[in-house]
Design a protein around this ligand. Structure first.
Ligand code: ATP
Ligand code: MG
Length: 382
Protein backbone atom coordinates (compact mmCIF):
# COMPACT_ATOMS: atom_id res chain seq x y z
CA UNK A 1 0.00 0.00 0.00
CA UNK A 2 3.05 2.24 -0.03
CA UNK A 3 2.08 3.89 -3.30
CA UNK A 4 -1.38 4.86 -2.01
CA UNK A 5 0.24 6.27 1.11
CA UNK A 6 2.58 8.32 -1.06
CA UNK A 7 -0.42 9.48 -3.08
CA UNK A 8 -2.20 10.58 0.03
CA UNK A 9 0.83 12.55 1.20
CA UNK A 10 1.01 14.14 -2.23
CA UNK A 11 -2.71 14.94 -2.06
CA UNK A 12 -2.25 16.51 1.33
CA UNK A 13 0.24 18.94 -0.15
CA UNK A 14 -1.94 19.88 -3.11
CA UNK A 15 -5.49 19.66 -1.79
CA UNK A 16 -7.57 21.13 0.97
CA UNK A 17 -8.62 18.22 3.05
CA UNK A 18 -8.01 14.64 3.86
CA UNK A 19 -10.52 12.80 6.05
CA UNK A 20 -9.50 11.57 9.48
CA UNK A 21 -9.64 8.06 8.10
CA UNK A 22 -6.32 8.07 6.27
CA UNK A 23 -7.77 6.10 3.35
CA UNK A 24 -10.34 8.75 2.62
CA UNK A 25 -9.10 11.66 0.62
CA UNK A 26 -10.84 14.61 -0.95
CA UNK A 27 -8.77 15.33 -4.01
CA UNK A 28 -9.22 18.77 -5.38
CA UNK A 29 -9.00 20.00 -8.94
CA UNK A 30 -9.04 23.66 -8.05
CA UNK A 31 -5.28 23.99 -8.18
CA UNK A 32 -4.89 21.92 -11.35
CA UNK A 33 -3.60 23.83 -14.30
CA UNK A 34 -6.01 23.18 -17.14
CA UNK A 35 -3.92 22.30 -20.23
CA UNK A 36 -3.69 24.99 -22.86
CA UNK A 37 -6.24 24.71 -25.63
CA UNK A 38 -3.71 25.75 -28.23
CA UNK A 39 -0.01 25.15 -28.74
CA UNK A 40 1.73 21.83 -28.24
CA UNK A 41 -0.44 18.95 -27.12
CA UNK A 42 0.13 17.62 -23.60
CA UNK A 43 2.33 14.54 -23.15
CA UNK A 44 -0.65 12.41 -22.42
CA UNK A 45 -1.66 8.76 -22.74
CA UNK A 46 -5.27 7.57 -22.50
CA UNK A 47 -6.72 4.11 -22.40
CA UNK A 48 -9.77 2.27 -21.09
CA UNK A 49 -10.65 -1.04 -19.49
CA UNK A 50 -14.18 -2.38 -19.75
CA UNK A 51 -15.90 -3.46 -16.52
CA UNK A 52 -17.25 -6.58 -18.21
CA UNK A 53 -15.62 -8.72 -15.52
CA UNK A 54 -12.49 -8.88 -13.40
CA UNK A 55 -9.25 -8.05 -15.23
CA UNK A 56 -7.16 -10.91 -16.61
CA UNK A 57 -3.45 -11.22 -17.29
CA UNK A 58 -3.94 -10.20 -20.94
CA UNK A 59 -5.30 -6.84 -19.75
CA UNK A 60 -2.44 -6.55 -17.27
CA UNK A 61 0.57 -7.56 -19.38
CA UNK A 62 -0.92 -6.07 -22.55
CA UNK A 63 -1.98 -2.66 -21.25
CA UNK A 64 -2.07 -1.96 -17.52
CA UNK A 65 1.60 -2.72 -16.90
CA UNK A 66 2.54 -0.34 -19.73
CA UNK A 67 0.30 2.38 -18.32
CA UNK A 68 2.12 2.20 -15.01
CA UNK A 69 5.52 2.31 -16.74
CA UNK A 70 4.44 5.42 -18.68
CA UNK A 71 3.12 7.06 -15.52
CA UNK A 72 6.42 6.32 -13.77
CA UNK A 73 8.33 7.87 -16.69
CA UNK A 74 6.40 11.11 -16.21
CA UNK A 75 3.64 10.73 -18.80
CA UNK A 76 0.23 12.11 -17.97
CA UNK A 77 -1.84 8.93 -17.72
CA UNK A 78 -5.63 8.99 -17.97
CA UNK A 79 -7.10 5.56 -17.35
CA UNK A 80 -10.86 5.17 -17.52
CA UNK A 81 -13.21 2.35 -16.69
CA UNK A 82 -15.22 2.03 -19.88
CA UNK A 83 -18.70 1.38 -18.54
CA UNK A 84 -20.41 2.99 -21.57
CA UNK A 85 -18.56 0.56 -23.83
CA UNK A 86 -19.57 -2.34 -21.59
CA UNK A 87 -23.23 -1.52 -22.26
CA UNK A 88 -22.95 -2.69 -25.87
CA UNK A 89 -23.85 -6.06 -24.35
CA UNK A 90 -26.34 -6.43 -21.49
CA UNK A 91 -24.80 -5.90 -18.05
CA UNK A 92 -26.60 -6.68 -14.84
CA UNK A 93 -26.62 -3.27 -13.07
CA UNK A 94 -25.38 -4.49 -9.69
CA UNK A 95 -22.73 -6.75 -11.28
CA UNK A 96 -21.59 -3.73 -13.31
CA UNK A 97 -21.14 -1.70 -10.12
CA UNK A 98 -19.09 -4.52 -8.61
CA UNK A 99 -17.00 -4.89 -11.74
CA UNK A 100 -16.24 -1.16 -11.80
CA UNK A 101 -14.82 -1.39 -8.28
CA UNK A 102 -12.95 -4.62 -9.15
CA UNK A 103 -11.26 -2.91 -12.09
CA UNK A 104 -10.45 0.17 -9.99
CA UNK A 105 -8.90 -2.00 -7.25
CA UNK A 106 -6.80 -3.93 -9.77
CA UNK A 107 -5.63 -0.75 -11.51
CA UNK A 108 -4.49 0.75 -8.20
CA UNK A 109 -2.94 -2.54 -7.11
CA UNK A 110 -1.00 -2.67 -10.39
CA UNK A 111 0.56 0.69 -9.53
CA UNK A 112 -1.71 3.39 -10.97
CA UNK A 113 -1.12 6.31 -8.63
CA UNK A 114 -4.12 8.65 -8.29
CA UNK A 115 -1.90 11.55 -7.31
CA UNK A 116 -0.03 11.43 -10.62
CA UNK A 117 -2.62 9.84 -12.91
CA UNK A 118 -6.32 10.28 -13.49
CA UNK A 119 -8.41 7.15 -12.84
CA UNK A 120 -12.12 7.58 -13.49
CA UNK A 121 -15.34 6.03 -14.74
CA UNK A 122 -16.23 6.97 -18.32
CA UNK A 123 -19.93 7.67 -17.68
CA UNK A 124 -19.01 10.22 -15.00
CA UNK A 125 -17.74 12.45 -17.83
CA UNK A 126 -20.74 13.05 -20.14
CA UNK A 127 -18.49 14.74 -22.71
CA UNK A 128 -17.42 11.28 -23.93
CA UNK A 129 -20.93 10.68 -25.24
CA UNK A 130 -21.23 14.22 -26.57
CA UNK A 131 -18.00 14.05 -28.57
CA UNK A 132 -19.03 10.59 -29.79
CA UNK A 133 -22.11 12.14 -31.41
CA UNK A 134 -20.09 14.93 -33.02
CA UNK A 135 -17.58 12.44 -34.42
CA UNK A 136 -20.34 10.07 -35.54
CA UNK A 137 -21.46 12.83 -37.87
CA UNK A 138 -18.06 12.54 -39.58
CA UNK A 139 -18.02 8.74 -39.81
CA UNK A 140 -19.44 6.66 -42.63
CA UNK A 141 -21.77 3.77 -41.91
CA UNK A 142 -19.98 1.57 -44.46
CA UNK A 143 -16.60 2.10 -42.75
CA UNK A 144 -18.02 1.26 -39.31
CA UNK A 145 -19.91 -1.79 -40.53
CA UNK A 146 -16.70 -3.04 -42.14
CA UNK A 147 -14.72 -3.24 -38.88
CA UNK A 148 -13.90 -6.86 -37.99
CA UNK A 149 -15.30 -6.87 -34.43
CA UNK A 150 -18.64 -5.55 -35.70
CA UNK A 151 -18.75 -7.98 -38.62
CA UNK A 152 -17.92 -10.90 -36.33
CA UNK A 153 -20.74 -10.08 -33.90
CA UNK A 154 -23.15 -9.19 -36.69
CA UNK A 155 -22.58 -12.62 -38.19
CA UNK A 156 -23.59 -14.37 -34.95
CA UNK A 157 -26.60 -12.20 -34.09
CA UNK A 158 -29.68 -11.34 -36.09
CA UNK A 159 -30.30 -8.11 -34.18
CA UNK A 160 -27.11 -6.13 -33.69
CA UNK A 161 -27.39 -3.09 -31.44
CA UNK A 162 -26.51 0.36 -32.78
CA UNK A 163 -24.11 0.68 -29.83
CA UNK A 164 -21.93 -2.02 -31.32
CA UNK A 165 -21.68 -0.08 -34.55
CA UNK A 166 -20.87 3.18 -32.76
CA UNK A 167 -18.44 1.62 -30.27
CA UNK A 168 -15.28 2.58 -32.23
CA UNK A 169 -16.53 6.17 -32.58
CA UNK A 170 -16.99 6.36 -28.82
CA UNK A 171 -13.47 4.99 -28.53
CA UNK A 172 -12.20 7.78 -30.78
CA UNK A 173 -14.03 10.28 -28.58
CA UNK A 174 -12.39 8.77 -25.46
CA UNK A 175 -8.97 9.48 -26.90
CA UNK A 176 -9.58 12.82 -28.62
CA UNK A 177 -11.40 14.29 -25.65
CA UNK A 178 -8.08 14.44 -23.83
CA UNK A 179 -5.94 15.11 -26.91
CA UNK A 180 -3.87 12.04 -26.16
CA UNK A 181 -1.03 11.38 -28.58
CA UNK A 182 -0.49 7.78 -27.47
CA UNK A 183 -2.87 4.98 -26.58
CA UNK A 184 -1.63 1.78 -24.91
CA UNK A 185 -3.77 -1.09 -26.27
CA UNK A 186 -3.74 -4.75 -27.22
CA UNK A 187 -3.61 -5.80 -30.88
CA UNK A 188 -7.41 -6.21 -31.07
CA UNK A 189 -7.81 -2.43 -30.86
CA UNK A 190 -5.52 -1.45 -33.74
CA UNK A 191 -8.25 -1.12 -36.34
CA UNK A 192 -10.32 1.04 -34.02
CA UNK A 193 -7.38 3.39 -33.60
CA UNK A 194 -6.96 3.55 -37.37
CA UNK A 195 -10.57 4.70 -37.55
CA UNK A 196 -9.79 7.30 -34.89
CA UNK A 197 -6.85 8.60 -36.97
CA UNK A 198 -9.14 8.80 -39.99
CA UNK A 199 -11.74 10.78 -38.03
CA UNK A 200 -9.03 13.19 -36.88
CA UNK A 201 -7.99 13.75 -40.50
CA UNK A 202 -11.59 14.38 -41.59
CA UNK A 203 -12.08 16.75 -38.67
CA UNK A 204 -8.90 18.69 -39.48
CA UNK A 205 -9.80 18.87 -43.14
CA UNK A 206 -13.20 20.40 -42.38
CA UNK A 207 -12.64 22.45 -39.26
CA UNK A 208 -8.92 22.95 -38.66
CA UNK A 209 -6.28 21.24 -36.54
CA UNK A 210 -7.40 20.51 -32.99
CA UNK A 211 -6.05 17.07 -32.10
CA UNK A 212 -2.86 15.06 -32.32
CA UNK A 213 -3.19 11.93 -34.49
CA UNK A 214 -3.12 9.23 -31.80
CA UNK A 215 -0.63 6.39 -32.08
CA UNK A 216 -1.20 2.92 -30.61
CA UNK A 217 1.36 1.66 -28.09
CA UNK A 218 1.58 -2.12 -28.26
CA UNK A 219 3.53 -4.10 -25.68
CA UNK A 220 6.96 -5.03 -26.99
CA UNK A 221 7.32 -8.49 -25.51
CA UNK A 222 4.81 -10.37 -27.63
CA UNK A 223 1.83 -10.08 -25.29
CA UNK A 224 -0.28 -7.77 -27.45
CA UNK A 225 -2.68 -10.69 -27.84
CA UNK A 226 -2.41 -13.28 -25.07
CA UNK A 227 -4.34 -16.33 -26.11
CA UNK A 228 -7.21 -18.12 -24.42
CA UNK A 229 -6.01 -21.06 -22.33
CA UNK A 230 -8.86 -23.20 -23.65
CA UNK A 231 -8.79 -22.22 -27.33
CA UNK A 232 -5.44 -20.77 -28.42
CA UNK A 233 -6.95 -19.59 -31.71
CA UNK A 234 -8.83 -16.92 -29.72
CA UNK A 235 -7.52 -14.12 -27.54
CA UNK A 236 -7.97 -14.27 -23.78
CA UNK A 237 -11.13 -12.25 -22.99
CA UNK A 238 -13.17 -11.20 -19.99
CA UNK A 239 -16.35 -12.04 -21.81
CA UNK A 240 -15.36 -15.58 -22.84
CA UNK A 241 -18.05 -17.86 -21.38
CA UNK A 242 -15.40 -20.36 -20.19
CA UNK A 243 -13.80 -18.99 -16.99
CA UNK A 244 -10.88 -21.44 -17.40
CA UNK A 245 -9.90 -19.59 -20.58
CA UNK A 246 -8.38 -16.71 -18.59
CA UNK A 247 -6.33 -16.10 -15.46
CA UNK A 248 -7.76 -13.27 -13.39
CA UNK A 249 -5.59 -10.88 -11.43
CA UNK A 250 -7.58 -11.94 -8.37
CA UNK A 251 -7.32 -15.72 -8.86
CA UNK A 252 -5.87 -17.68 -5.94
CA UNK A 253 -2.71 -19.79 -6.38
CA UNK A 254 -4.89 -22.92 -6.46
CA UNK A 255 -7.11 -21.54 -9.21
CA UNK A 256 -4.11 -20.33 -11.27
CA UNK A 257 -2.51 -23.76 -10.96
CA UNK A 258 -5.72 -25.50 -12.01
CA UNK A 259 -6.26 -23.21 -15.01
CA UNK A 260 -2.69 -23.64 -16.24
CA UNK A 261 -2.97 -27.43 -15.79
CA UNK A 262 -6.13 -27.44 -17.92
CA UNK A 263 -4.59 -25.24 -20.64
CA UNK A 264 -4.99 -26.76 -24.09
CA UNK A 265 -1.68 -27.69 -25.76
CA UNK A 266 -1.12 -30.48 -28.31
CA UNK A 267 0.03 -34.10 -28.40
CA UNK A 268 3.75 -33.30 -28.72
CA UNK A 269 5.16 -33.36 -25.14
CA UNK A 270 8.27 -31.30 -25.99
CA UNK A 271 8.34 -27.60 -25.02
CA UNK A 272 9.12 -25.33 -27.98
CA UNK A 273 8.25 -21.75 -28.95
CA UNK A 274 6.43 -21.98 -32.28
CA UNK A 275 3.49 -19.56 -32.09
CA UNK A 276 2.14 -20.41 -35.55
CA UNK A 277 2.23 -24.20 -35.44
CA UNK A 278 2.00 -24.76 -31.64
CA UNK A 279 0.02 -21.75 -30.30
CA UNK A 280 -1.04 -23.42 -27.04
CA UNK A 281 2.52 -24.32 -25.99
CA UNK A 282 3.85 -20.96 -27.20
CA UNK A 283 1.22 -19.27 -24.99
CA UNK A 284 2.58 -21.17 -21.96
CA UNK A 285 6.15 -20.12 -22.85
CA UNK A 286 4.97 -16.53 -23.16
CA UNK A 287 3.31 -16.67 -19.73
CA UNK A 288 6.55 -18.03 -18.28
CA UNK A 289 8.49 -15.17 -19.96
CA UNK A 290 6.09 -12.54 -18.64
CA UNK A 291 6.15 -13.93 -15.11
CA UNK A 292 9.96 -14.20 -14.94
CA UNK A 293 11.14 -11.54 -17.42
CA UNK A 294 12.68 -14.12 -19.73
CA UNK A 295 13.14 -14.28 -23.49
CA UNK A 296 11.31 -17.19 -25.18
CA UNK A 297 14.62 -19.00 -25.91
CA UNK A 298 15.61 -18.71 -22.22
CA UNK A 299 12.24 -20.11 -21.11
CA UNK A 300 12.54 -23.01 -23.57
CA UNK A 301 16.06 -23.70 -22.28
CA UNK A 302 14.74 -23.81 -18.71
CA UNK A 303 12.11 -26.29 -19.85
CA UNK A 304 14.72 -28.59 -21.34
CA UNK A 305 13.93 -32.21 -20.40
CA UNK A 306 10.41 -31.39 -19.13
CA UNK A 307 7.21 -32.55 -20.75
CA UNK A 308 4.52 -29.92 -21.39
CA UNK A 309 2.60 -31.39 -18.42
CA UNK A 310 5.61 -30.89 -16.12
CA UNK A 311 6.29 -27.46 -17.64
CA UNK A 312 2.77 -26.35 -16.75
CA UNK A 313 3.67 -26.72 -13.06
CA UNK A 314 6.73 -24.45 -13.59
CA UNK A 315 4.61 -21.84 -15.39
CA UNK A 316 1.90 -21.96 -12.72
CA UNK A 317 4.46 -21.47 -9.92
CA UNK A 318 6.02 -18.53 -11.77
CA UNK A 319 2.65 -16.88 -12.32
CA UNK A 320 1.61 -17.36 -8.69
CA UNK A 321 4.84 -15.72 -7.53
CA UNK A 322 4.45 -12.82 -10.00
CA UNK A 323 0.76 -12.14 -9.37
CA UNK A 324 0.53 -12.90 -5.63
CA UNK A 325 1.60 -9.49 -4.22
CA UNK A 326 -0.63 -7.60 -6.68
CA UNK A 327 -3.59 -9.85 -5.83
CA UNK A 328 -3.09 -9.18 -2.11
CA UNK A 329 -3.09 -5.41 -2.71
CA UNK A 330 -6.16 -5.63 -4.96
CA UNK A 331 -8.13 -7.63 -2.39
CA UNK A 332 -7.15 -5.21 0.37
CA UNK A 333 -8.30 -2.25 -1.75
CA UNK A 334 -11.47 -4.02 -2.88
CA UNK A 335 -12.48 -4.33 0.77
CA UNK A 336 -12.56 -0.50 0.91
CA UNK A 337 -15.28 0.54 -1.55
CA UNK A 338 -15.50 4.05 -0.11
CA UNK A 339 -11.85 4.66 -0.80
CA UNK A 340 -12.25 3.38 -4.35
CA UNK A 341 -15.29 5.60 -4.94
CA UNK A 342 -13.40 8.61 -3.59
CA UNK A 343 -10.50 7.98 -5.95
CA UNK A 344 -12.88 7.56 -8.92
CA UNK A 345 -14.89 10.64 -8.01
CA UNK A 346 -11.76 12.76 -7.74
CA UNK A 347 -10.50 11.37 -11.05
CA UNK A 348 -13.79 12.20 -12.76
CA UNK A 349 -13.66 15.79 -11.53
CA UNK A 350 -10.20 16.22 -13.06
CA UNK A 351 -11.23 14.46 -16.27
CA UNK A 352 -14.36 16.63 -16.63
CA UNK A 353 -12.32 19.81 -16.37
CA UNK A 354 -9.96 18.62 -19.13
CA UNK A 355 -12.84 17.40 -21.30
CA UNK A 356 -14.59 20.78 -21.00
CA UNK A 357 -11.55 22.54 -22.42
CA UNK A 358 -11.51 20.30 -25.51
CA UNK A 359 -15.25 20.56 -26.09
CA UNK A 360 -14.99 24.33 -25.84
CA UNK A 361 -12.62 24.26 -28.82
CA UNK A 362 -14.72 21.72 -30.69
CA UNK A 363 -17.90 23.77 -30.21
CA UNK A 364 -16.12 26.87 -31.45
CA UNK A 365 -14.69 25.04 -34.48
CA UNK A 366 -18.08 23.58 -35.43
CA UNK A 367 -19.98 26.80 -34.80
CA UNK A 368 -22.17 25.24 -32.13
CA UNK A 369 -24.14 27.01 -29.39
CA UNK A 370 -22.46 30.43 -29.49
CA UNK A 371 -21.53 31.66 -26.01
CA UNK A 372 -22.26 28.44 -24.13
CA UNK A 373 -18.76 27.14 -24.72
CA UNK A 374 -17.24 30.18 -23.04
CA UNK A 375 -19.37 29.65 -19.99
CA UNK A 376 -18.33 25.99 -19.90
CA UNK A 377 -14.66 26.86 -20.07
CA UNK A 378 -15.03 29.43 -17.32
CA UNK A 379 -16.67 26.79 -15.15
CA UNK A 380 -13.82 24.38 -15.87
CA UNK A 381 -11.26 26.93 -14.77
CA UNK A 382 -13.07 28.09 -11.66
P1 ATP B 1 -14.18 -8.10 -23.34
O1 ATP B 1 -14.15 -9.56 -23.63
O2 ATP B 1 -15.33 -7.67 -22.47
O3 ATP B 1 -14.04 -7.24 -24.59
P2 ATP B 1 -11.36 -7.87 -22.88
O4 ATP B 1 -10.69 -8.96 -22.16
O5 ATP B 1 -11.21 -7.83 -24.37
O6 ATP B 1 -12.89 -7.82 -22.42
P3 ATP B 1 -11.18 -5.01 -22.71
O7 ATP B 1 -11.63 -4.29 -21.50
O8 ATP B 1 -12.07 -5.03 -23.90
O9 ATP B 1 -10.82 -6.50 -22.26
O10 ATP B 1 -9.77 -4.46 -23.17
C1 ATP B 1 -8.97 -3.63 -22.34
C2 ATP B 1 -7.59 -3.55 -22.96
O11 ATP B 1 -6.93 -4.82 -22.82
C3 ATP B 1 -7.62 -3.24 -24.46
O12 ATP B 1 -6.59 -2.32 -24.76
C4 ATP B 1 -7.34 -4.57 -25.11
O13 ATP B 1 -6.70 -4.43 -26.36
C5 ATP B 1 -6.42 -5.25 -24.08
N1 ATP B 1 -6.55 -6.70 -24.14
C6 ATP B 1 -7.69 -7.41 -24.02
N2 ATP B 1 -7.45 -8.71 -24.12
C7 ATP B 1 -6.11 -8.84 -24.33
C8 ATP B 1 -5.25 -9.96 -24.53
N3 ATP B 1 -5.75 -11.19 -24.55
N4 ATP B 1 -3.93 -9.74 -24.70
C9 ATP B 1 -3.44 -8.47 -24.69
N5 ATP B 1 -4.19 -7.37 -24.50
C10 ATP B 1 -5.52 -7.54 -24.33
MG1 MG C 1 -12.29 -6.37 -25.48
Amino acid sequence: MEFIRRSLIHCKRRTHSIGTNSWRCNYSVKKEKVPLAEGPFPRRVVTGLQPTGALHIGNYFGVLRRCVQLQDQGDDLMLFIADLHALTTYQDPSALQDNILDVAASALAAGVDPARSVLFVQSAVPRHAELCWLLACLASHARLAHLPQYKERAQNNKEVGVGLLLYPVLQAADVLLYRAARVPVGADQLQHLQLCAQLVKTFHHRYGRLFPVPQPLLPEDGCDRLRSLRDPSKKMSKSDPDPKSRILLTDSDEVITLKVRKAVTDCNPKVTFEPESRPGVANLVLLHCLACDLLPEEAVEEADGLTTAQYKAVVARALCARLGPMRARALELRAQPRLLRDVLRAGATRARARADVTLHDVHAALGLAPGSADRTLRAANE
